[in-house]
Ligand binder design. Structure first.
Ligand SMILES: [Zn+2]
Ligand SMILES: [Zn+2]
Length: 422
């Protein structure tokens, strides 16, 4: 199993792709699962791209398809995934009653030029990225784990059902919401996401990440009316002034005594010339908190500031959410289950209940959705012995972490009999 995981991980690594452009990666997943007795959904049946902000352009999608085809992937599959979306959902039925699980594996890389240093295993072993993207977060390993797990579970010898979610665009936090809109969580009562790395020892199994922050990133477009700044300023409606009013009030939002809060405006672009009343201005910003509710409250306040500023200056304003992830509130009951499975497989020293996860992940949106419907969720981690931090050009995971991750998830699913909720 280990060799197969390494083979897949390396092939995926070589073809790293940016969010929503995972055409070669999705084609690889579909190729590797083609002969299994499972139900596979792709394209529009797996994700709804209609309200995704900043979705890749037609030219970018076509380039991704051409690159995948040139690299030897099936041309019909590559063309279809480029046109309709790169998400892949695999449903595997078990042979007896039990819970319906959703397991999330993200597939995207980052806009990082991978190191070609001899100190970097992918460069030394010849599987460094051949594209402008890099797997610097371990998602190559996640995808390989998802494929091998799907093959193992296709024997059906487990209670309930397993749905494997191959997610696009985790980086930038847009892919999970697009999959949920396509029904990816329908009927799901248990959710697991897995992440490799986190500077933990190779193969260490962690029941849940803690310390995950909620974040909402947004863009506001103000639209006013142009006019000569001296000749007829009374005819103008100043979009830049509305943006400026918004910025000052957002930065003056009160702190909370109950949770950490952060509100930032990151960019401002507006106006055309010094003697014209500026009719357009676009700002981007984000709010963060260690409480999901507080984060939602901050966003609600930003919305009312925007509406008030727009009214004050007589302009129109449109606020779009460009990315969203929330906090992680894993269910103790499920964490207990996964930790006891880890202890069974790897012993006391190979298992740990919690570890700090100092990052965001939109798997939390999946988790929140399942929990709101009455289900259970956790976000497990497997140590990758990475010597460099995530999103670094020298980031690499120890390939020895792949097999324990598969064995652990496989065991969790197969041993759910005792705790089966149905
Ligand atoms: Zn990342
Ligand atoms: Zn990641």
């Amino acid at each position: 199993m280990k060799n197969e995981l390494v083979r897949l991980r390396r092939e995926i690594h070589r073809h790293a792709e940016l969010p929503f452009l995972e055409v070669a990666t999705a084609s690889l997943v579909l190729r590797e699962l083609a002969d299994l007795p499972v139900r596979t959904r792709v394209g529009r049946d797996a994700m709804d791209r209609t309200s995704v902000v900043d979705y890749p352009t037609a030219a970018q999608l076509q380039e991704a398809a051409e690159r995948a085809i040139a690299a030897g992937f099936d041309s019909a599959t590559a063309t279809a995934t480029a046109a309709d979306g790169t998400a892949v959902i695999v449903d595997i039925p078990g042979n007896r009653p039990g819970p319906t699980w959703a397991l999330r594996f993200d597939m995207d890389g980052l806009p990082i030029q991978e190191s070609n240093s001899d100190d970097h295993l992918p460069a030394r072993e010849g599987f460094a990225s051949r594209t402008a993207a890099m797997h610097a977060c371990g998602h190559d390993g996640h995808t390989a784990i998802g494929i091998v797990l799907a093959r193992l579970l296709s024997d059906g010898n487990f209670p309930g059902n397993v749905r494997i979610l191959f997610q696009p665009a985790e980086e930038g936090a847009r892919g999970a919401a697009a999959m949920i809109r396509a029904g990816a969580l329908d009927g799901v009562d248990r959710f697991l996401a897995l992440h490799l790395g986190h500077s933990l020892p190779a193969g260490l199994a962690v029941g849940t990440g803690v310390g995950v922050q909620a974040t909402v990133k947004y863009r506001v477009t103000f639209a006013g009316v142009e006019a000569h700044a001296a000749g007829a300023p009374q005819e103008g409606r100043n979009a830049l002034a509305a943006a400026a009013t918004t910025i000052l009030h957002v930065l003056a939002l009160p702190r909370s005594s109950k949770a950490t809060t952060n509100a930032n405006i990151g960019t401002v672009h507006g106006g055309t010339a010094t003697n014209i009343v500026p009719a357009s201005c676009v700002i981007t910003g984000e709010v963060r908190s260690d409480s999901g509710d507080t984060c939602e409250d901050l966003l609600a306040r930003v919305r009312s500031i925007v509406a008030g500023a727009a009214q004050t200056w007589g302009v129109a304003a449109d606020l779009e959410i460009t990315a969203e992830s929330t906090t992680l509130e894993s269910d103790d009951e499920l964490v207990d289950e996964v930790v006891s499975a880890a202890r069974r497989l790897f012993g006391e020293a190979g298992a740990q209940r919690t570890a700090l996860m100092a990052a965001s992940d939109d798997a939390t949106i999946f988790a929140r959705e399942v929990q709101r419907a009455g289900g259970l969720a956790t976000y497990v981690m497997v140590g990758g012995a990475n010597r460099y931090p995530h999103h670094h050009p020298l980031f690499d995971i120890d390939e020895a972490s792949l097999e324990p991750a598969v064995r652990w998830l496989d065991d969790i699913i197969r041993s759910a009999d005792d705790q089966a909720s149905e």
